[in-house]
Design a protein around this ligand. Structure first.
Ligand code: BEZ
Length: 232
């Protein structure tokens, strides 16, 4: 008897280390905090259509393979532990085929599809996850940036998904909420610099209320960011 291969019973998980942490994709039925290893998270990906424009691209995060990152000269030191924290989402079984088919043919904004082992924070067994990475060979990969200039750039940039500074501050807050050890020095240092720039220029620094507002917006409207808006 022929086997119907069109229906997959395998679980399908997506790992978010950027906006997906606070803006979940549609069609998920489980959300788990945890980490991947072997990468470094950096604001080294130019964003032309979400947190910037083609003329004035903003900056969003990508993952860099740690072995490659070690060959670069980065003003920010590596994290003390080899963990990049984020969130894994399990896609509803009924939606897996639909989501996979779409994911397999799509390259998003310079990001490409990769698979990596995800470690749940509660030490339950490792999960294979799909992850979007802007690798060093994509046109929007910027490479090492001076932290102060990068914070200024993020402070000034904005795009259709909103101010770039909201992305940075939301990421900092969302990471702090995952686990007592999920903070990321690179993200925190940029956020601290951005808050100082904001204070110095009379801007109001964005706090928890704004993130709560953003979370509510995502819950209640169809606003979605890089991946989820386009693919799911
Ligand atoms: C994320 O992990 O949140 C993400 C990564 C690349 C593109 C969009 C979202």
């Amino acid at each position: 008897m022929a086997v119907d291969t069109s229906i997959s019973t395998e679980e399908f998980w997506l790992f978010g280390y950027g906006s997906l942490i606070w803006k979940p994709p549609p069609h998920f039925d489980q959300r788990i905090p945890g980490y991947v290893t072997g990468y470094v998270r950096r604001f080294w990906q130019a964003s032309q259509d979400h947190r910037g424009t083609p003329d004035k691209p903003g900056r969003v995060v990508t993952l860099i393979e740690r072995s490659f990152w070690e060959t670069l000269s980065d003003p920010h030191p590596s994290a003390s532990s080899d963990k990049v924290w984020g969130t894994a989402y399990r896609i509803e079984t009924a939606k897996v085929a639909e989501v996979k088919e779409y994911l397999d043919i799509r390259e998003i904004n310079g990001y490409t599809i990769h698979y990596t082992d995800f470690h749940p924070a509660d030490a339950s067994p490792m999960i294979k996850t799909l992850v979007y990475i802007g690798t060093p060979d994509n046109d929007q990969f910027m490479g090492p940036q001076d932290p102060e200039r990068l914070a200024e750039h993020i402070y000034r940039s904005k795009g259709p998904s909103g101010p770039n500074k909201d992305y940075l501050l939301s990421l900092e807050t969302a990471l702090d909420g995952l686990s007592p050890e999920s903070g990321d020095y690179h993200v925190k240092d940029l956020a601290d610099r951005l808050k100082k720039i904001s204070e110095a220029t009379g801007g109001v620094s964005r706090g928890k209320e704004a993130l709560d507002h953003e979370l509510k917006k995502v819950d209640s409207t169809d606003e979605q960011e890089e991946t989820e808006k386009r693919i799911l």
